[in-house]
Design a protein around this ligand. Structure first.
Ligand SMILES: [Fe+2]
Length: 270
């Protein structure tokens, strides 16, 4: 090997190491944000992990490439980061009374708050605040906060919107009881072309994707039960960037302390 060739190889290796170190640092920073969500509300921490896993199943079935799937994963994991707020936490978790108009308005502000929280990342990950801001938009333009229509809504937000709604229907939260998968499928089908992108809805409702979703959810459940980390890289609970850790000690304490009762039937934004 000539001196020039070995210098080029060395420079290439250095650049690759620098890039990997930057990626590791970014992943660690994102993971810290995820732990902040767990620390505020362990239920939301579990919800966003399930939504990320399901969104990746849908993104893969829709033919998205690796970079686009990574965007989807980030938007899914942080779509509710705007709910990190003592005021919103109290509104969502103080069961036993109905939501006032002011409560609903406060909750509906979470996409904007989330985009604000993530705005320093915009120069590096522009799709992240934009996707989080748009996850309550609706295909027919009746969503919020901007009333975007159809393909004006970022693709990642359209994917997350379907999986988020599905997950919110089937899982019991403190303010509502979970319903059956059949009811959830019916609700998603009803929203086709009004709330949800019709193309993505058809993919989501296909038997193959429904099978993969159930499998992904089982795999996430098994990880939670085992208490182990970094178990294996399965195709349906993908591990593009995050290590999918269980909620940290704060999350576990929260889970142990709080009653898991559904005390409210009012429907909230997911
Ligand atoms: Fe939301």
């Amino acid at each position: 090997m000539t001196i020039a060739a070995s210098a080029t190889t060395l420079a290439w290796r250095r650049e690759r190491e620098t890039r990997r170190a930057t990626e590791r640092f970014a992943a660690a920073a994102f993971e810290s944000l995820l732990f902040a969500i767990d620390a505020n509300d362990a239920d939301t921490g579990r919800h966003v992990r399930r939504v990320a896993s399901g969104s990746l199943v849908l993104a893969r079935a829709a033919g998205l490439g690796a970079a686009a799937r990574r965007d989807v994963e980030r938007v899914a994991l942080f779509h509710d980061i705007g709910k990190i707020s003592a005021a919103l936490f109290d509104i969502v978790h103080d069961g036993g009374y109905g939501l006032s108009k002011a409560d609903r308005e406060a909750i509906a502000s979470h996409p904007r708050r989330g985009a604000e929280v993530l705005s320093p990342l915009a120069p590096f990950h522009p799709q992240l605040p934009e996707g989080v801001l748009s996850h309550h938009e609706r295909w027919d333009g009746s969503g919020y906060p901007r009333g975007l229509v159809g393909r004006e809504i970022p693709l990642a937000a359209r994917i997350v919107s379907i999986v988020d709604s599905y997950d919110a229907i089937i899982h019991t939260r403190r303010y509502k009881a979970g319903r059956s998968r059949v009811a959830a499928v019916r609700a998603i089908r009803l929203g086709r072309g009004s709330q949800f992108d019709p193309w993505l809805t058809d993919i989501f409702l296909s038997p193959a994707v429904q099978r993969r979703l159930r499998r992904a959810e089982r795999e996430i459940g098994e990880r939670a039960d085992s208490g182990r980390r970094h178990i294996r890289a399965e195709p349906y609970a993908p591990d593009i960037m995050f290590r999918w850790r269980e909620p940290g000690p704060v999350g576990r304490m929260e889970r142990a302390r709080r009653p898991r009762l559904a005390t409210r039937s009012a429907s909230l934004p997911a």
